[in-house]
Design a protein around this ligand. Structure first.
Ligand SMILES: C[S@@+](CC[C@H](N)C(=O)[O-])C[C@H]1O[C@@H](n2cnc3c(N)ncnc32)[C@H](O)[C@@H]1O
Length: 204
C-alpha cells in the first residue's frame, strides 16, 4: 500500500467531484446512545466526519488516514466546529499498530479493509462495538461508489468476516445518500462479546 499516500493526496487535491459528506454514517448517529463510552478509533477517517461526531459525543478519538491532505481538512473542520478530542494520525493502516483490547467504538466507513479486520476486531475493548459501512457490488446501476468492483464487497463478505462478534445489525440495500444519489451499501454493527446470554439493544 506504499502508493496510497500519494494517490489519495492527489485525489483530495485535484478531483473536484470527490466530496465527502459532513454527517457521520447513519448507523453511528442512530446507535450512539446505546454504544459504550470511552475511546474510539476511526479507520481511514478522510475528512473526519465520524471522528468529529464521536469527539463531540465525548469520546477520546484516534483518527487514522494515509492522506496528509485529508487530515488537514479534517483538523480544520473540527476546529471550525469547535470540536476537540481527536488525535489525527497520519499512517497507512497497514503500518498502524492496532492496540489490542483498547477501543470501545471503532468505525470504518467506505474503506475496504477486510484483510485488516482481524486486527481491527482485536483492538475492540471487551463489549466494544464495531460499526462498518461499505459499498457493495450490485447488478443495479447506482450513482455513487468506486468505478471498479475490486474495491466493493460481495454480498455477505463483511458479515462472514465479523461472525466472531455478536452481530447486532447487518443490512445490504440500495439507499439514497444525503445528496439524493443511489448507493449500494452494506452496514454491520457488531459487539465484542460472546456467550449464550447477553443484553441486546431494544428494537424500535
Ligand atoms: C472514500 S474515503 C472515506 C473516508 C471516510 N471514512 C468517510 O466515510 O467519509 C477513503 C479514505 O481512505 C483513506 N485511505 C486509503 N488508503 C489508505 C491506507 N492504506 N491507509 C489509511 N487510509 C487510507 C483515504 O485517504 C481516504 O481518506
Amino acid at each position: 500500500m506504499t502508493d496510497d499516500r500519494e494517490r489519495w493526496n492527489e485525489k483530495y487535491s485535484t478531483d473536484e467531484e470527490f466530496d465527502l459528506p459532513d454527517d457521520p454514517i447513519p448507523a453511528l448517529e442512530r446507535r450512539v446512545d446505546e454504544l459504550p463510552t470511552g475511546r474510539a478509533l476511526d479507520v481511514a477517517t478522510g475528512t473526519g466526519r465520524n471522528a468529529r461526531f464521536l469527539a463531540a459525543e465525548g469520546y477520546a478519538v484516534d483518527a487514522v488516514d494515509v492522506s496528509d491532505e485529508a487530515l488537514d481538512r479534517a483538523a480544520r473542520a473540527a476546529e471550525a466546529a469547535g470540536v476537540e478530542g481527536v488525535t489525527w494520525i497520519r499512517s497507512d493502516v497497514a503500518d498502524f499498530e492496532f492496540e489490542a483490547g483498547t477501543y470501545d467504538v471503532i468505525t470504518v466507513s467506505f474503506f475496504a479493509a477486510l484483510d485488516l479486520l482481524p486486527d481491527i476486531k482485536e483492538a475492540l475493548a471487551p463489549g466494544g462495538v464495531l460499526i462498518y459501512e461499505h459499498h457493495l457490488r450490485s447488478s443495479d446501476d447506482v450513482d455513487v461508489g468506486p468505478s471498479s468492483d475490486r474495491y466493493k464487497f460481495r454480498s455477505n463478505d463483511l458479515l462472514r468476516a465479523a461472525l466472531d462478534l455478536t452481530v447486532l445489525e447487518y443490512r445490504e440495500r440500495i439507499r439514497l445518500d444525503a445528496a439524493g444519489r443511489t448507493q449500494a451499501v452494506a452496514t454491520l454493527v457488531g459487539r465484542n462479546s460472546a456467550g449464550g446470554r447477553q443484553s441486546y439493544p431494544r428494537a424500535e
